[in-house]
Design a protein around this ligand. Structure first.
Ligand SMILES: Cc1ncc(COP(=O)(O)O)c(C=O)c1O
Length: 426
């Protein structure tokens, strides 16, 4: 079993109390209540530095994938580090802009952009639209005509590369809805070659998420490079090569040491593009923010049935959806490690009225008592961003540890929040 701080840096026990980024987690839970998302921005900063260091002097843009964690303060932090954003909706675009991310560092991906979203992107002057369907470019052209602009477009190519990840987060195969086929990209490129409102100037790919073995990611990067060479030979001025995100993180203790570090990954990417004059764009989400987040939850009850021991906690599938959606593993630790001698195999479940509200199955944990706390590790990515109000549960608060001080960056929702957009019949 690796040490805790090998699984999540800056996480350790001090005098038997869980400590994250120098702050006692039990104090956070008492002060802000639970369920509670806690992010260590100093750790985030470390990840950003590693990624930049790996890219060395190569011209690049880190367009953080906002979907991983769209908290406004977190986005402001990204903006201060000079990062751009990869957005997939009008809401994410507005958040990125509000956080101070300059439009010329924003790319807009996603299947199914609406007319309004496209107009917002054109009007804001974003760096590029990553086009995913044949019709989308027509809508962009119409918006560009209406707004009298010339718009940069990137074609998101689907390279048919198996990312060897969970099928629900694999996006680079021809069986998925994402991107355009290589032939379609060629046809559209020629169709819009001399268009006064569209500039065909980039190629992108994103083959999936939580990719542990980086060889498919590098294969996809080489695919983009070759495709761009072909387009350039045909007279297209391609200035952006966008490799997407996808790098996996070690959620499971058995995977510690197996995940490629951000720095090593960036170095391999920089090597693929060593002779490339254009801008290399990366869209990392999970690999930047997962490790820097914890979800802290309180034990409500221990329930024994003839067949199982359930640890019922106050965080449910609505707060952390990944385990029930993808059977994902999140390591769970007790916040108080002083009484750890008796261990029990628990199914850790939330209060949501769904049999599938299971956060962990057959997990060996200390014999916890009511009102004690547990922490779910690597909850910084696709945690709060996927949270919902299912079962009319207010979503958790979010707190940032920043320079060893604490900032409440989102307050816990209240009953008033739950009903604020609803109208009574009376
Ligand atoms: C287009 C695009 N870019 C980037 C990402 C971020 O991926 P990850 O969080 O795995 O780095 C995603 C996530 O699925 C995506 O769809």
């Amino acid at each position: 079993m690796p040490m805790l701080n090998q699984l999540v840096r800056t996480l350790n026990y001090r005098d038997g109390r869980l400590c994250f980024g120098g702050v006692f987690v039990d104090e956070l839970a008492t002060k802000f209540q639970t369920p509670l998302y806690v992010y260590n921005f100093d750790l985030l900063m470390q990840n950003i530095r590693e990624l930049k260091a790996g890219m060395g002097g190569r011209l690049h843009l880190i367009a953080y994938a906002v979907k991983a964690n769209p908290n406004l303060a977190l986005l402001e932090f990204m903006a201060r580090q000079g990062l751009g954003a990869d957005v997939v909706s009008g809401g994410e675009l507005q958040l990125a802009l509000k956080a101070g991310i300059p439009p010329e560092r924003i790319v807009f991906s996603g299947v199914g952009k609406t007319k309004e979203e496209i107009e917002l992107g054109v009007q804001s002057g974003i760096l590029a639209f990553n086009i995913e369907t044949k019709r989308e470019i027509d809508r962009i052209e119409q918006a560009a005509i209406r707004l009298q602009k010339k718009v940069d477009v990137t074609f998101r190519i689907n390279p048919d590369i198996d990312a060897k990840t969970h099928p629900k987060i694999a996006t680079g195969l021809h069986t998925t809805k994402f991107g355009l086929l290589p032939d379609e990209v060629l046809q559209l490129s020629y169709k819009f070659k001399s268009n006064p409102h569209i500039r065909v100037s980039g190629i992108s790919a994103h083959i999936g998420s939580q990719i542990f073995d980086t060889s498919p990611l590098l294969e996809s990067a080489r695919f983009i490079k070759q495709f761009v060479a072909k387009l350039r030979a045909d007279g297209f001025a391609i200035s952006r090569l966008d490799i997407g995100g996808g790098l996996g993180v070690a959620y499971h203790p058995d995977d510690v040491g197996k995940a490629t570090s951000l720095q090593n990954y960036a170095q391999s990417i920089a090597a693929v593009f060593s002779d490339e004059p254009g801008l290399v764009i990366m869209e990392p989400g999970r690999s930047l923010v997962a490790e820097s987040g914890l979800l802290v939850s309180r034990v409500l009850e221990v329930k024994q049935t003839p067949k199982k021991s359930f640890l019922i906690v106050d965080a449910g599938m609505n707060d952390l959806m990944r385990p029930s959606m993808y059977s994902s593993y999140h390591h769970i630790v007790s916040v108080d490690a002083r009484e750890q001698s008796v261990r029990v195999e628990f199914d850790v479940v939330g209060p949501v009225c769904e049999t599938g509200d299971i956060l962990a199955e057959r997990r060996s944990l200390p014999m916890l008592q009511e009102c004690q706390y547990v922490a779910f590790l690597h909850a910084g990515a696709y945690g709060m961003s996927m949270a919902s109000n299912y079962n009319s549960r207010p979503r958790p608060a979010e707190v940032a540890i920043f320079d060893q001080s604490l900032r409440l960056i989102r307050s816990r929702e209240t009953f008033a929040d739950l009903i604020k957009n609803q109208y009574s019949l009376t």
